[in-house]
Design a protein around this ligand. Structure first.
Ligand code: XLS
Ligand code: CA
Ligand code: CA
Length: 438
Protein backbone atom coordinates (compact mmCIF):
# COMPACT_ATOMS: atom_id res chain seq x y z
CA UNK A 1 0.00 0.00 0.00
CA UNK A 2 1.37 3.44 -0.87
CA UNK A 3 2.18 5.79 1.98
CA UNK A 4 -0.11 8.65 2.90
CA UNK A 5 2.35 10.76 4.85
CA UNK A 6 5.61 11.74 3.24
CA UNK A 7 7.43 11.56 6.57
CA UNK A 8 10.04 9.02 7.71
CA UNK A 9 9.73 7.06 10.96
CA UNK A 10 10.46 9.45 13.84
CA UNK A 11 13.59 8.57 15.79
CA UNK A 12 15.20 9.78 19.01
CA UNK A 13 18.10 12.12 18.29
CA UNK A 14 18.61 13.78 21.69
CA UNK A 15 18.19 17.31 23.07
CA UNK A 16 20.80 18.87 20.75
CA UNK A 17 19.00 17.76 17.58
CA UNK A 18 17.56 20.50 15.40
CA UNK A 19 15.66 18.05 13.22
CA UNK A 20 11.95 18.93 13.53
CA UNK A 21 11.09 15.30 12.72
CA UNK A 22 13.06 13.75 15.60
CA UNK A 23 12.41 13.22 19.31
CA UNK A 24 14.62 15.32 21.57
CA UNK A 25 13.58 13.69 24.88
CA UNK A 26 11.28 10.73 24.13
CA UNK A 27 13.56 7.72 24.00
CA UNK A 28 11.15 4.76 24.21
CA UNK A 29 13.64 2.24 25.64
CA UNK A 30 15.36 4.55 28.14
CA UNK A 31 14.81 3.25 31.66
CA UNK A 32 13.60 5.72 34.31
CA UNK A 33 12.96 4.49 37.86
CA UNK A 34 13.10 0.88 36.74
CA UNK A 35 10.70 1.12 33.79
CA UNK A 36 11.03 1.98 30.12
CA UNK A 37 9.77 5.39 29.04
CA UNK A 38 7.29 3.68 26.73
CA UNK A 39 5.81 1.80 29.72
CA UNK A 40 5.58 4.94 31.86
CA UNK A 41 3.99 6.78 28.96
CA UNK A 42 1.47 4.65 27.04
CA UNK A 43 0.71 7.35 24.47
CA UNK A 44 -2.49 7.30 22.44
CA UNK A 45 -3.78 9.05 19.35
CA UNK A 46 -7.29 10.57 19.52
CA UNK A 47 -9.06 9.50 16.35
CA UNK A 48 -11.34 12.54 16.34
CA UNK A 49 -8.77 15.30 16.40
CA UNK A 50 -6.07 13.66 14.38
CA UNK A 51 -8.02 11.91 11.64
CA UNK A 52 -11.33 13.82 11.53
CA UNK A 53 -10.98 17.46 12.62
CA UNK A 54 -10.12 19.84 9.81
CA UNK A 55 -9.98 23.05 11.81
CA UNK A 56 -13.59 24.16 11.50
CA UNK A 57 -14.54 26.81 14.03
CA UNK A 58 -17.50 29.10 14.62
CA UNK A 59 -16.12 31.61 12.13
CA UNK A 60 -14.83 29.46 9.33
CA UNK A 61 -14.68 26.10 7.67
CA UNK A 62 -11.88 23.57 7.70
CA UNK A 63 -8.35 24.41 6.59
CA UNK A 64 -6.67 21.02 6.97
CA UNK A 65 -7.55 18.39 4.39
CA UNK A 66 -8.35 15.05 6.07
CA UNK A 67 -10.12 13.54 3.07
CA UNK A 68 -7.11 11.29 2.41
CA UNK A 69 -8.08 11.31 -1.25
CA UNK A 70 -11.67 10.08 -0.69
CA UNK A 71 -15.17 11.50 -0.64
CA UNK A 72 -16.08 12.41 2.95
CA UNK A 73 -19.00 10.54 4.51
CA UNK A 74 -18.27 7.27 2.68
CA UNK A 75 -16.98 3.95 4.00
CA UNK A 76 -14.06 4.32 1.60
CA UNK A 77 -13.12 7.48 3.51
CA UNK A 78 -13.60 5.69 6.86
CA UNK A 79 -11.14 3.01 5.70
CA UNK A 80 -8.66 5.60 4.41
CA UNK A 81 -8.72 7.15 7.89
CA UNK A 82 -7.83 3.75 9.36
CA UNK A 83 -4.91 3.45 6.91
CA UNK A 84 -3.77 6.98 7.70
CA UNK A 85 -4.13 6.46 11.46
CA UNK A 86 -2.11 3.26 11.56
CA UNK A 87 0.63 4.66 9.33
CA UNK A 88 0.76 7.76 11.54
CA UNK A 89 0.94 5.80 14.82
CA UNK A 90 3.58 3.43 13.48
CA UNK A 91 5.77 6.29 12.28
CA UNK A 92 5.61 7.91 15.72
CA UNK A 93 5.85 4.71 17.76
CA UNK A 94 2.45 5.39 19.36
CA UNK A 95 1.01 2.16 20.71
CA UNK A 96 -2.60 3.09 21.43
CA UNK A 97 -5.61 4.93 20.00
CA UNK A 98 -8.91 6.20 21.41
CA UNK A 99 -12.14 6.60 19.46
CA UNK A 100 -15.80 7.62 19.52
CA UNK A 101 -18.23 5.46 17.55
CA UNK A 102 -18.93 8.23 15.03
CA UNK A 103 -15.24 9.03 14.51
CA UNK A 104 -14.71 5.71 12.79
CA UNK A 105 -17.77 5.62 10.48
CA UNK A 106 -20.15 8.18 9.03
CA UNK A 107 -23.37 8.07 11.06
CA UNK A 108 -26.37 6.86 9.02
CA UNK A 109 -29.97 8.02 9.43
CA UNK A 110 -30.94 4.61 10.81
CA UNK A 111 -29.01 3.25 13.80
CA UNK A 112 -29.15 -0.28 12.36
CA UNK A 113 -27.11 0.88 9.36
CA UNK A 114 -24.67 2.80 11.60
CA UNK A 115 -24.14 -0.38 13.63
CA UNK A 116 -23.55 -2.42 10.47
CA UNK A 117 -20.92 0.09 9.36
CA UNK A 118 -19.31 -0.11 12.80
CA UNK A 119 -19.05 -3.89 12.50
CA UNK A 120 -17.42 -3.54 9.09
CA UNK A 121 -14.88 -0.90 10.10
CA UNK A 122 -13.99 -2.60 13.37
CA UNK A 123 -13.11 -5.77 11.44
CA UNK A 124 -10.75 -3.66 9.37
CA UNK A 125 -9.28 -1.91 12.43
CA UNK A 126 -8.76 -5.27 14.12
CA UNK A 127 -6.86 -6.53 11.09
CA UNK A 128 -4.55 -3.50 11.27
CA UNK A 129 -4.11 -3.98 15.03
CA UNK A 130 -3.03 -7.57 14.49
CA UNK A 131 -0.59 -6.54 11.76
CA UNK A 132 1.01 -3.73 13.76
CA UNK A 133 0.60 -4.59 17.46
CA UNK A 134 -1.11 -1.24 18.03
CA UNK A 135 -3.80 -1.41 20.74
CA UNK A 136 -6.95 0.38 21.83
CA UNK A 137 -6.67 2.53 24.96
CA UNK A 138 -10.36 3.36 25.27
CA UNK A 139 -13.57 3.67 23.37
CA UNK A 140 -16.58 5.89 23.89
CA UNK A 141 -19.89 6.88 22.37
CA UNK A 142 -20.39 10.35 20.96
CA UNK A 143 -23.61 11.40 22.69
CA UNK A 144 -23.31 15.11 22.07
CA UNK A 145 -23.02 15.86 18.32
CA UNK A 146 -26.30 14.46 16.99
CA UNK A 147 -29.15 17.00 17.39
CA UNK A 148 -31.19 14.45 19.37
CA UNK A 149 -28.75 15.00 22.25
CA UNK A 150 -29.43 18.74 22.49
CA UNK A 151 -30.73 18.23 26.05
CA UNK A 152 -28.17 15.62 26.98
CA UNK A 153 -28.06 11.84 26.70
CA UNK A 154 -28.54 10.09 30.06
CA UNK A 155 -29.85 13.41 31.36
CA UNK A 156 -32.22 14.03 28.44
CA UNK A 157 -35.83 14.92 29.19
CA UNK A 158 -36.85 12.40 26.50
CA UNK A 159 -37.05 8.67 27.27
CA UNK A 160 -36.66 7.98 23.53
CA UNK A 161 -33.36 9.86 23.46
CA UNK A 162 -32.27 8.01 26.61
CA UNK A 163 -32.91 4.73 24.75
CA UNK A 164 -30.78 5.90 21.81
CA UNK A 165 -27.98 6.86 24.20
CA UNK A 166 -28.20 3.39 25.75
CA UNK A 167 -28.08 1.80 22.30
CA UNK A 168 -24.93 3.76 21.45
CA UNK A 169 -23.27 2.88 24.75
CA UNK A 170 -24.06 -0.81 24.15
CA UNK A 171 -22.53 -0.75 20.68
CA UNK A 172 -19.49 1.28 21.77
CA UNK A 173 -18.91 -1.25 24.56
CA UNK A 174 -19.18 -4.10 22.05
CA UNK A 175 -16.54 -2.36 19.93
CA UNK A 176 -14.27 -1.60 22.88
CA UNK A 177 -14.35 -5.26 23.93
CA UNK A 178 -13.84 -6.43 20.33
CA UNK A 179 -10.77 -4.17 20.05
CA UNK A 180 -9.46 -5.11 23.52
CA UNK A 181 -9.72 -1.57 24.95
CA UNK A 182 -8.21 -0.88 28.39
CA UNK A 183 -11.04 1.44 29.32
CA UNK A 184 -14.43 2.91 28.43
CA UNK A 185 -15.04 6.66 28.81
CA UNK A 186 -18.10 8.66 29.72
CA UNK A 187 -17.53 12.31 28.99
CA UNK A 188 -20.76 14.10 29.88
CA UNK A 189 -20.77 16.12 26.68
CA UNK A 190 -24.20 17.63 27.16
CA UNK A 191 -24.97 16.13 30.57
CA UNK A 192 -25.70 19.39 32.31
CA UNK A 193 -28.10 22.27 32.06
CA UNK A 194 -28.55 25.85 30.95
CA UNK A 195 -31.25 27.01 33.39
CA UNK A 196 -32.82 25.60 36.55
CA UNK A 197 -36.15 27.03 35.37
CA UNK A 198 -36.64 23.96 33.16
CA UNK A 199 -34.40 21.40 34.88
CA UNK A 200 -34.94 18.69 37.49
CA UNK A 201 -31.32 18.20 38.53
CA UNK A 202 -31.94 15.18 40.79
CA UNK A 203 -34.00 13.41 38.14
CA UNK A 204 -31.30 14.00 35.51
CA UNK A 205 -28.42 12.89 37.73
CA UNK A 206 -30.27 9.73 38.81
CA UNK A 207 -30.88 8.91 35.16
CA UNK A 208 -27.20 9.32 34.26
CA UNK A 209 -26.40 6.89 37.08
CA UNK A 210 -29.02 4.46 35.72
CA UNK A 211 -27.34 4.56 32.31
CA UNK A 212 -23.91 4.00 33.87
CA UNK A 213 -25.17 1.07 35.95
CA UNK A 214 -26.60 -0.57 32.85
CA UNK A 215 -23.26 0.00 31.11
CA UNK A 216 -21.37 -1.70 33.93
CA UNK A 217 -23.79 -4.65 33.97
CA UNK A 218 -23.66 -5.07 30.20
CA UNK A 219 -19.90 -4.48 29.94
CA UNK A 220 -19.11 -7.08 32.59
CA UNK A 221 -21.55 -9.53 30.96
CA UNK A 222 -19.65 -9.40 27.66
CA UNK A 223 -16.23 -9.77 29.29
CA UNK A 224 -15.10 -6.16 29.70
CA UNK A 225 -12.58 -6.26 32.55
CA UNK A 226 -11.14 -2.77 32.12
CA UNK A 227 -12.08 0.42 33.92
CA UNK A 228 -14.98 2.70 33.19
CA UNK A 229 -13.95 6.33 33.34
CA UNK A 230 -15.69 9.60 33.93
CA UNK A 231 -13.90 12.48 32.22
CA UNK A 232 -14.76 15.59 34.24
CA UNK A 233 -15.32 18.95 32.57
CA UNK A 234 -16.97 21.99 34.17
CA UNK A 235 -18.60 23.68 31.20
CA UNK A 236 -18.73 23.78 27.40
CA UNK A 237 -20.94 22.84 25.70
CA UNK A 238 -23.36 23.19 28.67
CA UNK A 239 -23.16 26.09 31.10
CA UNK A 240 -23.24 23.70 34.08
CA UNK A 241 -21.94 20.18 33.51
CA UNK A 242 -22.68 17.56 36.15
CA UNK A 243 -19.15 16.12 36.07
CA UNK A 244 -17.60 19.50 36.95
CA UNK A 245 -14.27 18.23 38.28
CA UNK A 246 -12.70 15.13 39.83
CA UNK A 247 -14.12 15.80 43.31
CA UNK A 248 -17.64 16.26 41.94
CA UNK A 249 -17.46 13.17 39.73
CA UNK A 250 -16.05 11.02 42.55
CA UNK A 251 -18.83 12.20 44.89
CA UNK A 252 -21.40 11.33 42.22
CA UNK A 253 -19.93 7.83 41.72
CA UNK A 254 -19.85 7.17 45.46
CA UNK A 255 -23.40 8.42 45.95
CA UNK A 256 -24.63 5.99 43.28
CA UNK A 257 -22.50 2.97 44.23
CA UNK A 258 -20.47 3.14 41.00
CA UNK A 259 -17.05 3.80 42.55
CA UNK A 260 -15.82 0.19 42.31
CA UNK A 261 -16.08 0.10 38.51
CA UNK A 262 -15.16 3.68 37.63
CA UNK A 263 -12.00 5.76 37.72
CA UNK A 264 -11.19 9.24 36.39
CA UNK A 265 -9.90 10.19 32.96
CA UNK A 266 -8.38 13.59 33.75
CA UNK A 267 -7.92 16.08 30.94
CA UNK A 268 -5.51 18.95 31.60
CA UNK A 269 -7.58 21.53 29.74
CA UNK A 270 -10.75 20.54 31.63
CA UNK A 271 -9.05 20.82 35.02
CA UNK A 272 -7.91 24.36 34.24
CA UNK A 273 -11.38 25.31 32.96
CA UNK A 274 -12.67 24.20 36.38
CA UNK A 275 -10.32 26.72 38.00
CA UNK A 276 -7.87 24.05 39.17
CA UNK A 277 -4.42 23.05 38.09
CA UNK A 278 -4.05 19.81 36.13
CA UNK A 279 -2.08 18.30 39.02
CA UNK A 280 -4.86 19.18 41.48
CA UNK A 281 -7.40 16.97 39.70
CA UNK A 282 -4.77 14.22 39.37
CA UNK A 283 -4.10 14.34 43.11
CA UNK A 284 -7.80 14.30 44.03
CA UNK A 285 -8.27 11.25 41.80
CA UNK A 286 -5.15 9.51 43.14
CA UNK A 287 -5.99 9.93 46.84
CA UNK A 288 -9.38 8.34 46.12
CA UNK A 289 -7.75 5.41 44.31
CA UNK A 290 -9.35 6.60 41.08
CA UNK A 291 -6.54 7.92 38.90
CA UNK A 292 -7.18 5.92 35.73
CA UNK A 293 -6.15 7.71 32.57
CA UNK A 294 -5.09 11.09 31.24
CA UNK A 295 -6.12 13.24 28.29
CA UNK A 296 -2.82 14.97 27.65
CA UNK A 297 -3.26 18.47 26.31
CA UNK A 298 -3.24 22.05 27.53
CA UNK A 299 -5.49 25.08 27.42
CA UNK A 300 -4.69 28.73 26.97
CA UNK A 301 -4.98 30.83 30.12
CA UNK A 302 -5.91 33.87 28.04
CA UNK A 303 -8.88 32.09 26.48
CA UNK A 304 -11.82 30.80 28.47
CA UNK A 305 -12.58 27.72 26.41
CA UNK A 306 -11.38 24.23 25.61
CA UNK A 307 -8.57 24.78 23.12
CA UNK A 308 -7.11 21.23 23.29
CA UNK A 309 -3.56 22.29 22.46
CA UNK A 310 -0.60 19.95 22.27
CA UNK A 311 1.17 20.07 25.63
CA UNK A 312 4.18 22.38 25.63
CA UNK A 313 4.33 23.48 29.26
CA UNK A 314 7.15 21.47 30.85
CA UNK A 315 6.41 22.72 34.38
CA UNK A 316 2.89 21.31 34.18
CA UNK A 317 4.05 18.07 32.57
CA UNK A 318 6.64 17.66 35.35
CA UNK A 319 4.08 18.25 38.10
CA UNK A 320 1.71 15.85 36.32
CA UNK A 321 4.35 13.14 36.09
CA UNK A 322 5.19 13.67 39.76
CA UNK A 323 1.57 12.82 40.59
CA UNK A 324 1.58 9.84 38.24
CA UNK A 325 4.87 8.43 39.59
CA UNK A 326 3.78 8.94 43.19
CA UNK A 327 0.51 7.16 42.41
CA UNK A 328 2.44 4.17 40.99
CA UNK A 329 1.51 4.84 37.32
CA UNK A 330 -1.73 4.68 35.38
CA UNK A 331 -3.92 1.72 34.49
CA UNK A 332 -4.88 3.75 31.40
CA UNK A 333 -2.55 5.93 29.36
CA UNK A 334 -1.81 9.37 27.93
CA UNK A 335 -4.25 10.20 25.18
CA UNK A 336 -3.32 13.25 23.14
CA UNK A 337 -6.77 14.79 23.05
CA UNK A 338 -5.11 17.61 21.17
CA UNK A 339 -5.32 19.27 17.81
CA UNK A 340 -3.07 21.48 15.77
CA UNK A 341 -3.83 25.19 15.82
CA UNK A 342 -6.01 26.06 12.83
CA UNK A 343 -3.22 27.76 10.86
CA UNK A 344 -0.97 24.68 11.30
CA UNK A 345 -2.84 22.65 8.73
CA UNK A 346 -0.32 20.40 6.99
CA UNK A 347 0.46 16.70 7.45
CA UNK A 348 3.89 17.74 8.75
CA UNK A 349 2.20 19.80 11.47
CA UNK A 350 0.32 16.69 12.65
CA UNK A 351 3.65 14.94 13.26
CA UNK A 352 5.25 18.01 14.81
CA UNK A 353 2.32 18.35 17.23
CA UNK A 354 2.76 14.80 18.47
CA UNK A 355 6.54 15.14 18.68
CA UNK A 356 6.05 18.24 20.84
CA UNK A 357 3.54 16.46 23.10
CA UNK A 358 5.57 13.28 23.47
CA UNK A 359 8.79 15.20 24.16
CA UNK A 360 7.05 17.44 26.70
CA UNK A 361 5.80 14.43 28.66
CA UNK A 362 9.12 12.60 28.33
CA UNK A 363 10.91 15.64 29.73
CA UNK A 364 8.27 15.89 32.45
CA UNK A 365 8.93 12.25 33.34
CA UNK A 366 12.71 12.74 33.45
CA UNK A 367 12.39 15.83 35.65
CA UNK A 368 9.74 14.33 37.95
CA UNK A 369 12.00 11.31 38.55
CA UNK A 370 14.88 13.71 39.34
CA UNK A 371 12.69 15.59 41.82
CA UNK A 372 11.80 12.34 43.55
CA UNK A 373 15.44 11.29 43.65
CA UNK A 374 16.47 14.71 44.95
CA UNK A 375 14.11 14.10 47.86
CA UNK A 376 13.90 17.65 49.17
CA UNK A 377 10.23 18.16 48.28
CA UNK A 378 9.20 14.94 50.01
CA UNK A 379 11.35 15.63 53.05
CA UNK A 380 9.88 19.09 53.42
CA UNK A 381 6.35 17.79 53.25
CA UNK A 382 7.06 15.10 55.84
CA UNK A 383 8.60 17.63 58.19
CA UNK A 384 5.68 20.02 57.66
CA UNK A 385 3.21 17.64 59.32
CA UNK A 386 5.65 16.22 61.87
CA UNK A 387 3.89 17.69 64.94
CA UNK A 388 1.19 15.07 64.48
CA UNK A 389 3.77 12.31 64.78
CA UNK A 390 6.24 13.85 67.25
CA UNK A 391 3.86 15.00 69.97
CA UNK A 392 1.51 13.10 72.19
CA UNK A 393 -1.45 15.31 71.36
CA UNK A 394 -0.72 14.96 67.63
CA UNK A 395 -0.72 11.18 67.88
CA UNK A 396 -3.95 11.21 69.85
CA UNK A 397 -5.62 13.32 67.11
CA UNK A 398 -4.52 10.87 64.44
CA UNK A 399 -5.62 7.78 66.31
CA UNK A 400 -8.99 9.29 67.19
CA UNK A 401 -8.30 8.94 70.91
CA UNK A 402 -9.01 12.50 71.87
CA UNK A 403 -12.08 14.69 72.23
CA UNK A 404 -13.03 18.32 71.84
CA UNK A 405 -13.00 18.59 75.64
CA UNK A 406 -9.45 17.26 75.97
CA UNK A 407 -8.21 19.45 73.11
CA UNK A 408 -9.86 22.46 74.61
CA UNK A 409 -8.15 21.77 77.99
CA UNK A 410 -4.85 21.40 76.09
CA UNK A 411 -5.39 24.75 74.33
CA UNK A 412 -6.32 26.48 77.58
CA UNK A 413 -3.19 25.19 79.27
CA UNK A 414 -1.08 26.68 76.43
CA UNK A 415 -3.00 29.94 76.40
CA UNK A 416 -1.94 30.77 72.83
CA UNK A 417 -0.70 28.74 69.86
CA UNK A 418 2.62 29.34 68.16
CA UNK A 419 2.59 29.96 64.39
CA UNK A 420 2.76 26.80 62.27
CA UNK A 421 6.05 26.27 60.37
CA UNK A 422 6.65 28.38 57.25
CA UNK A 423 5.17 27.05 54.01
CA UNK A 424 8.42 27.88 52.17
CA UNK A 425 6.69 27.95 48.80
CA UNK A 426 9.40 30.08 47.20
CA UNK A 427 12.13 27.71 48.39
CA UNK A 428 10.27 24.72 46.96
CA UNK A 429 9.71 26.52 43.67
CA UNK A 430 13.40 27.32 43.45
CA UNK A 431 14.20 23.63 44.04
CA UNK A 432 11.91 22.77 41.11
CA UNK A 433 13.73 25.34 38.96
CA UNK A 434 17.16 24.07 39.91
CA UNK A 435 16.15 20.49 39.04
CA UNK A 436 14.59 21.63 35.76
CA UNK A 437 17.38 23.91 34.63
CA UNK A 438 20.40 23.17 36.82
C1 XLS B 1 -14.32 17.11 24.95
C2 XLS B 1 -13.79 15.87 25.47
C3 XLS B 1 -14.01 14.64 24.58
C4 XLS B 1 -13.78 13.37 25.35
C5 XLS B 1 -14.32 12.15 24.70
O1 XLS B 1 -14.10 18.18 25.49
O2 XLS B 1 -12.43 16.07 25.76
O3 XLS B 1 -13.20 14.71 23.45
O4 XLS B 1 -12.42 13.16 25.63
O5 XLS B 1 -15.66 12.25 24.41
CA1 CA C 1 -10.93 14.65 26.43
CA1 CA D 1 -10.94 19.16 25.80
Amino acid sequence: MSEIFNVEKIKYEGPKSKNPFAFKYYDADRVIMGKKMSEHLPFAMAWWHNLCAEGTDMFGRGVADKSFGCERGTMEHAKAKVDAGFEFMQKLGIEYFCFHDVDIVPEADDIKETNRRLDEISDYILEKMNQTGIKCLWGTANMFSNPRFCNGAGSSNSAEVFAFAAAQVKKALDLTVKLGGRGYVFWGGREGYETLLNTDVKFEQDNIARLMKMAVEYGRSIGFTGDFYIEPKPKEPMKHQYDFDAATAIGFLKAHGLDKDFKMNIEANHATLAGHTFEHDLRISAINGMLGSIDANQGDYLLGWDTDEFPFDVYTATLCMLEVLNAGGLTGGFNFDAKNRRPSYTYEDMFIGFILGMDTFALGLIKAAELIEDGRLDEFKKERYSSYYNTEIGQKILSGETTLTELSEYAEKLGSASLPGSGRQELLESIVNSVLFG
